[in-house]
Ligand binder design. Structure first.
Ligand code: CLF
Ligand code: SF4
Length: 494
């Protein structure tokens, strides 16, 4: 088994920086190639440099690096049927929890505090609760101030695209490398079912005309960003019966216009959120419906499958939210940026990540070598670092991988609303919900699991094991797949 270079705790928060520094000094990365060995062969070095530490643009990076959002831009210029402005922006957050809105100065204090405390931090995003390009002055003031203090932080925004073309040049001047546009349609007739109105050039438009203007502005903004070498990610909300099949068309359009990634997210529709869709009974897709569409989209614009639909004030690794540790009332009045924790973390992660990438390549190659056509859907409990290092009962989500003739690929995550083991004992009702969330999954890998939940999972047709605890995820799945299909386990995956 590959032993972790650093302890699990040192990869997770709160990070013991002294331990990190010690580990780095005693064999941490000394190679400039560390962290870059994962560069896909079909990607140029400049693009890889932009994405390699961005947890949303690189699936591999999301095991190691964190983002934070600051909710400085609350105003919006359109209405989406899946949004209720009393709550967070549904483009980039879970509706249902109100964000704490910040002024640019407050955002500055918060970002520096988080950067001092969360060494994994690599990206600052503005993603709701309104539109970052419409509420532009606050977005710009925030980015300008923070990039002066923390020059190596990546700046990232999310927008509905309507006001985007007006600010592309300024985004380029500020070195914003990553822009997300939410594009749910390229056909205004479908758009009219998603957007009741927009506000553009001091006028309100409705229906198909509104959707047509929005569509044209989105395409223009995307083309302008591509022309300037800014990486774009397209978020699309999958709304069953409204734009599900249509998203194949959206994927084609955005690929032709140079989009770097396409992220199809499930509609979150709950009457309690008070959205139009929630109140009119529009349902969201099931996990398997989402996977089916994503599988159909393979071969088009490159897909992002590891999105967690973050809150507009999220802090931490994707899938975790430390926002409550950094609310305004907890921030110091004055704070000075201290780069030491982030630097120490990066140095150690570079080595661990290099080992992970090597192990992953070996495992993927070994699975491809197995002469089996079968696919195996595996759910993994992890706290980060690319390892199986979470107890079954503590998992807030499971990461789902598919092993098969194409190798091993990340296909998504399944959220667990209530952990099985809360407060030290297992709850059967929670286990039922976990089993429901694991629909379609054949095997669960975790660091520890008791006999009772294991037996209940078996009864539901899901095998669970802690035999691969603390192993790299792909190494474990490779060994499992090889064992499953009765072939020799090669040295690469042993
Ligand atoms: Fe935030 Fe979005 Fe930038 Fe990431 S989130 S602004 S690109 S830094 Fe990421 Fe969150 Fe998904 Fe967004 S997981 S909702 S894709
Ligand atoms: Fe809501 Fe965001 Fe849509 Fe504006 S763009 S209506 S804030 S989901």
């Amino acid at each position: 088994m590959n032993q972790p270079m650093i302890s699990l705790e040192s990869l997770l928060q709160p990070v013991d920086v002294q331990a990190l520094e010690k580990t780095a000094a005693s064999g941490g990365c000394s190679s400039s190639s560390c962290g870059s060995s994962a560069k896909p062969d079909d990607m140029d070095a400049a693009t890889w440099e932009k994405i390699k530490d961005h947890p949303c643009y690189s699936e591999e990076a999301h095991h190691y690096f964190a983002r934070m959002h600051v909710a400085v831009a609350p105003a919006c210029n359109i209405q989406c049927n899946y949004c209720n402005r009393k709550y967070d922006c549904a483009n980039e957050s879970r509706p249902g929890v109100v964000s704490e809105k910040l002024t640019p100065d407050q955002a500055m204090r918060k970002v520096i505090t988080v950067a001092n405390e969360v060494p994994q931090l690599s990206v600052l995003g503005i993603a709701g609760p309104g539109d970052a390009c419409y509420d532009w002055k606050k977005t710009k003031a925030t980015f300008e101030a923070i990039s002066k203090e923390i020059p190596d932080i990546k700046l990232c925004i999310s927008t509905n695209g309507l006001a985007l073309p007006d600010h592309v040049d300024e985004l380029a001047e500020m070195n914003v490398d990553h822009v997300t546009i939410t594009i749910n349609m390229v056909d205004p007739e479908i758009g009219a079912k998603i957007y009741p109105w927009i506000y553009y050039n001091k006028r309100r438009y409705e229906g198909i005309e509104a959707a047509r203007i929005l569509h044209e502005r989105q395409m223009l903004g995307l083309e302008m960003l591509t022309a300037r070498g800014i990486l774009t990610k397209i978020n699309s909300v999958l709304i069953p019966g409204v734009n599900d099949e249509h998203l194949l068309e959206v994927n084609k359009w955005v690929k032709e216009r140079g989009a770097f990634l396409h992220n199809v997210m499930p509609l979150i529709s709950d009457p309690a959120h008070g959205t139009h869709y929630g109140l009119t009974g529009q349902r969201g897709p099931t996990a398997m419906e989402l996977k089916k569409l994503q599988d159909e989209l393979e071969g088009g614009a490159k897909l992002m499958r590891h999105c967690r639909q973050c809150r507009a004030d999220a802090v931490g690794l994707l899938g975790e939210d430390r926002g409550q540790e950094f609310t305004l009332d907890q921030l110091p009045e004055t704070v000075t940026y201290d780069a030491s924790k982030r630097e120490a973390y990066r140095e150690v992660v570079a080595k661990e990540r290099g080992d992970h990438v090597e192990a992953k390549h070996a495992a993927v190659a070994a699975v491809k070598d197995v002469a089996a056509e079968a696919k195996l859907l595996v759910a993994v409990a992890t706290k980060g670092g690319g390892r199986i290092n979470e107890h079954f009962g503590h998992a807030k989500e499971f990461q789902v991988y598919e092993a098969g003739p194409k190798g091993i690929g990340f296909v998504g995550h399944r959220k667990v609303e209530t952990q099985y083991c809360e407060g030290g004992w297992g709850e059967d009702a929670s286990l039922d919900a976990v089993i429901a969330a694991l629909e379609g999954v054949e095997v669960v890998l975790c660091a520890k699991i008791g006999d009772c939940p294991k037996d209940m999972l078996t009864a539901a047709g899901i095998r669970a094991t802690d035999d691969y605890g603390f192993e790299y995820i792909e190494t474990a799945i490779g060994a499992l797949y090889a064992a499953e299909y009765g072939v020799e386990v090669t040295a690469a995956v042993a």
